[in-house]
Design a protein around this ligand. Structure first.
Ligand code: ADP
Ligand code: ZN
Ligand code: ZN
Length: 737
């Protein structure tokens, strides 16, 4: 008798469909029917083998293709992906128009996708030895990592390898301490040994505002709350206390943080408060560590998971709360492949599980704010700083007609000098790395542009070269102008290197520390800088948005924002929103109880209503102003957007593709007058890395018709010959235009 059962499998291919296979040889129909959805199977695919996820079993029907192949083998009888997680992934694949197999591939740890067993290895653990316990705290002052590990072990009875790597402490440190006899192996933690106590440290007494916000959280139902409060207003303390209540009920907690915000300090803050196992999931982990952390969460061993974007896809069987910190941050949206938003999926996941979700930010995204103002989310606000620190005072400095010196107004320079003289630290913010954004010939006006992009190349000084920040192309700094042979080539504009040079020249006795992608390329470089700054000696920090997030600098009393206007007139409609968020994030870095902070904002557009509102009122009023504009111009959050992006080395091919797509779409859109399109238009940077990029925009007042259109369109495009000649993608709720 022939086989009756078919396996419906999602495979990691760009095709938007499921694939049917016969059960592996030797597996009976009865066994095949018993297979759990979510198990992995190895299957033949063309000439390759792929591992796919079983989505359903079904009987062979007349429509079944004639030439079915059997799967090769079952990877393991246990499903790697739980029902809840599988549903979330499939929902997301559908919503973001991503093939199911690709979405699942993003959601699963790499080693599992390669067929590795989903089993926890028992991890080695370490504890302090007798000598280690007796060691004075500063005995290993010259080895900061060793000191950090010893100090952490003073607080925790033992730590496993993943605990230690979550603290960003390398294996060599463990070995060094073992060799010195200061630590020793401990029996491994295991999953069953749940600690008796939850808290390692008492909660802080909430202030009145925190108290009233906290009282409004319902931790037993699916409620989304926006917690809006300036940096330092005590949001994290509320997270910690909400998590404690959830843990007490035997549930797990998931905390999502921006890529740049997941620092050892963040993890340490949770570890100091809670005695329960905590794991971190971030891009710094290797595949093995990722798998371990994922399995810890899945097994319920880990009670708290702190992670970046992709952590939203971690199975947590007892999940009881999700927190998204800095919810406005762009890094929650994936910008290629499976273009999901982890923040938005958190809303979906919390809703499905009927558990609370807390979205925290000093500068909420307009989408979230709009939802809160409409009453869809609960809106909780904290206005004062939690400790006794005061909010920084912002001074708008009109630089029109002022002769700037290396980008600094005379008044700014004097203010820096005064703070330094008083023994304080200063932070100078400039969101542009390199020496100068442009190299120009003073005689003929030639500009150094990238041969592969429509963009100017940035001048870098250490080492000296020209660099395209979009495609990575680099070349030597020319000695003379290629057009007129003049040697009068001038770097124009300010980058962090240039500001660093100027400040080092003006303040020769003070450390000037540059913080940008170039200066922190080496592992641990950022940590070294932070350690130095936290020592509290006077210094000047010059940096990009890397300085704006996550870190708090207690001894910084002056923040200088060199160029507040970037973003104000951007062609991206989100430019002003981002500008306001970034400026306030930077401003929030400064000041503590004893040392209040002050911010100088240099601007050429001091009269601009957005700038005025941001400085003289608050983010909230600023955001409301932008919301009014978005309402008038019918942009998100008042309409839903999706982009069909296409790129090709030959511009006409990408354009032809989009014109074809427009034609197809027009037919599909006919019955839905609320659906609109725009384009095809060139992307903001039309040519990048030798590819020409265009986009077709769709928008709608309702999600559903837009979703239906996109799904049908995607299938059509996939089957179209032109679709194979360009790189195309659908971006739902795009953040970058
Ligand atoms: P946010 O997350 O909003 O930036 P935090 O929760 O980190 O704010 O609080 C900022 C600082 O104030 C931290 O040092 C924290 O320990 C302290 N803090 C928070 N809440 C309280 C409180 N109720 N009493 C005293 N200090 C507090
Ligand atoms: Zn020239
Ligand atoms: Zn380039």
């Amino acid at each position: 008798m022939s086989t009756q059962i078919l396996l419906e499998i999602a495979l990691p291919t760009p095709l938007r469909r499921r694939f049917d296979y016969l059960p592996p040889e030797g597996m009976s129909d009865a066994e095949a029917q018993q297979l759990a959805v979510g198990v992995l199977l190895r299957v033949p695919f063309g000439h390759q083998q792929l591992i796919g996820v079983l989505l359903a079993t079904k009987p062979i029907s007349e429509q079944s293709p004639a030439k079915l192949r059997p799967a090769l083998s079952l990877v393991a009888a246990e499903p790697v992906i739980s029902g809840e997680m599988l549903e979330l992934c499939l929902w997301a694949a559908d919503y973001y128009q991503c093939p199911e197999g690709e979405a699942l591939q993003t959601a699963l740890p790499a080693l599992l996708r390669q067929g590795e067993a989903a089993e926890l290895r028992s991890e080695p653990c370490w504890q302090l030895s007798h000598e280690g316990k007796g060691l004075p705290p500063d005995a290993l002052k010259r080895a900061p990592k060793q000191t950090q590990l010893l100090a952490t072990l003073q607080q925790h009875a033992k730590l496993s390898r993943s605990d230690i790597s979550a603290l960003d402490i390398p294996a060599t440190t463990i070995k060094a301490l073992l060799d010195k006899g200061l630590i020793e192996p401990a029996a491994s933690a295991g999953n069953s040994s749940r600690p008796q106590t939850l808290l390692r440290q008492q909660h802080l007494q909430l202030n009145d505002q925190q108290q009233s916000a906290f009282a409004q959280l319902s931790l037993d139902r699916g409620q989304v709350s926006l917690l809006e409060g300036a940096t330092g207003s005590g949001k994290t303390e509320i997270y910690l206390q909400a998590i404690a209540q959830v843990l007490e009920r035997g549930r797990q907690a998931l905390i999502l943080v921006p890529e740049i915000g997941l620092t050892p300090q963040t993890i340490a803050r949770f570890q100091q408060r809670f005695a329960v196992p905590i794991v971190a999931l971030h891009s710094g982990l290797n595949d093995r560590e990722r798998l371990e952390a994922w399995l810890q969460a899945k097994s319920g061993g880990a009670r708290i998971l702190i992670g970046t974007r992709s952590a939203i896809f971690t199975p947590m069987p007892e999940l009881g709360i999700i927190i998204v910190d800095e919810e406005h941050d762009n890094s929650f949206k994936q910008h290629d492949g499976f273009r999901y938003s982890a923040r938005d999926l958190a809303v979906v996941r919390a809703n499905r599980l009927q558990i609370p979700l807390l979205l925290g930010s000093a500068t909420p995204s307009l989408e979230t704010l709009h939802n809160a103002l409409q009453g869809r989310y609960q809106h909780l606000r904290l206005n004062v700083r939690a400790g006794s620190a005061k909010p920084p005072e912002i001074q708008l400095l009109d630089i029109r007609g002022q002769g700037l010196e290396e980008g600094f107004a005379a008044e700014t320079k004097a203010a820096i000098a005064a703070e330094i003289a008083a023994g304080n630290q200063v932070l100078v913010f400039l969101n542009r790395r390199g020496y100068a954004p442009t190299l120009e010939c003073q005689d003929c006006g030639w500009l150094a542009t990238c041969p592969h992009c429509d963009l100017r190349m940035t001048v870098h000084q250490s080492p000296r070269h020209l660099h395209c920040h979009h495609c990575g192309h680099q070349r030597a700094l020319p000695r003379q102008c290629p057009t007129c042979k003049s040697s009068r080539l001038q770097p124009i504009g300010q980058g962090t290197e240039r500001s660093e040079n100027a400040l080092a020249e003006w303040f020769p006795h003070i450390r000037v520390i540059r913080v940008d992608r170039d200066s922190t390329r080496n592992k641990n470089a950022m940590q070294k800088i932070l350690d130095e700054v936290h020592q509290g000696e006077p210094c000047i920090l010059v940096g990009t948005q890397m300085l704006a997030k996550g870190h708090h600098f207690a001894d910084v009393t002056l923040v200088v924002i060199i160029d507040a206007d970037t973003g104000l007139f951007s062609t991206d409609f989100r430019g002003p929103e981002r500008m306001g968020q970034l400026l306030l994030q930077v401003a929030g870095r400064a000041g503590r109880a004893e040392k209040p902070g002050r911010v100088i904002l240099q601007s050429l557009h001091c009269d601009h209503p957005l700038v005025q509102t941001l400085v003289h009122k608050d983010y909230h009023s600023f955001a409301e102003l932008i919301l009014q504009e978005r309402h008038i111009t019918q942009l998100p959050p008042y309409r839903y957007l999706a982009l069909l992006r296409a790129e090709s080395k030959r511009p006409e091919i990408a354009l032809d593709f989009l014109k074809m797509a427009r034609q197809e779409a027009q037919a599909l859109m006919a019955p839905h007058p609320q659906l609109h399109y725009l384009g095809p238009l060139p992307a903001m940077i039309e040519r990048r890395g030798d590819r020409f990029r265009y986009q077709l925009q769709f928008n709608s007042a309702q999600r559903r018709p837009l979703q239906q259109l996109l799904a049908q369109l995607a299938l059509t495009l996939e089957g179209h010959a032109l679709g194979k000649r360009v790189r195309w993608a659908i971006d739902v709720d795009p953040l970058e235009m």
